[in-house]
Design a binder for this molecule. Structure first.
Ligand SMILES: Nc1ncnc2c1ncn2[C@@H]1O[C@H](COP(=O)(O)OP(=O)(O)OP(=O)(O)O)[C@@H](O)[C@H]1O
Ligand SMILES: [Mg+2]
Length: 256
């Protein structure tokens, strides 16, 4: 891992989450322990329904009914905050707002001048490659472009962590690769820690410093593999024998 010597930013301790279904109690996550360090990218894979989104909602502060403890920057997590930015599979944009207003929305809630907002928005519009689209509304953009705006909207707030829940799974293969590259480019610039949930094993390895596998019923961490390919990475690593070996290992854990 290329992040040694850095501080732990997120610490999930003995996390357990269960839901009541009538009289029955269903344990979804059981005794999850996970530390993420500053700037680290951790991918999470696991079968559908194993609790990946449930884990992210707890870390994001959306679901605060759990056993155990989640510490973010040494404070207990209980509510959502802009220091943990969420990216969902469907871009969460305001349809009635233009690209620039969507990106600047969070900044408007902060006490900064219009000029500062506008210059930050311009910086991000450029970073995401949407120069010329500032005045567009989301419905006039492709799915990939909308997801770019969603990324900018979250990153403009300079979060310490991004929680990405299958962010590119609705996109076609090529757009997906573009979005992976864009995310890694933006990560190089701002270095947020990222928890990246995906069903795609190759994507999980390509993005991450570490890949974690969750089992189902109950969701437990059954594997954690460090991924130490140098960054910046390019698509060629997909045919690297070491990459294929890791992929095989992860696949074995997934289908067990
Ligand atoms: N609010 C809730 N109330 C009751 N059960 C819930 C709730 N949220 C999630 N669950 C249950 O918890 C389990 C895990 O759901 P979760 O959405 O976290 O899975 P997931 O790993 O993200 O799946 P997928 O890969 O399909 O997105 C499922 O059985 C789901 O039905
Ligand atoms: Mg999910």
């Amino acid at each position: 891992m290329n992040n040694l010597k850095k501080d732990v930013i997120l610490s999930v301790k003995n996390l357990g989450i269960s839901f009541k279904n009538g009289k029955e109690k269903k344990i979804v996550l059981d005794d999850i322990n996970l530390d993420v360090i500053e700037g680290e990218i951790v991918s999470i894979i696991g079968p559908s329904g194993c609790g990946k989104s449930t884990l992210l909602s707890a870390i994001g502060g959306i679901n605060n009914s759990f056993d155990g403890e989640i510490l973010f920057k040494e404070e207990k997590v209980s509510t959502p905050k802009s220091d943990r930015g969420y990216i969902f599979q469907r871009p969460a944009l305001f349809d009635w707002m233009t690209v620039e207003d969507n990106i600047g929305y969070g900044l408007k809630l902060k006490k900064i001048t219009k000029e500062e907002i506008s210059s930050k928005v311009d910086e991000f519009v450029k970073e995401i490659g949407l120069d010329g689209y500032k005045k567009y509304h989301p419905k006039h953009l492709s799915g990939g472009m909308q997801q770019r705006v969603a990324l900018a909207r979250v990153l403009v707030m300079k979060p310490d962590m991004l929680l990405m829940d299958e962010p590119f799974s609705a996109l076609d293969y090529q757009t997906r690769i573009e979005m992976q590259n864009l995310t890694l480019k933006l990560w190089e610039l701002y270095k947020p820690s990222i928890i990246f949930v995906t069903h795609d094993i190759e994507e999980a390895i390509f993005m991450a410093d570490r890949v974690i596998v969750l089992s189902k019923n109950p969701g437990k961490i059954v594997e954690a593999i460090d991924i130490d390919f140098e960054r910046p990475r390019n698509i060629e690593i997909l045919s690297n024998p070491k990459f294929m070996e890791i992929k095989k290992e992860l696949l074995k854990k997934l289908i067990l």
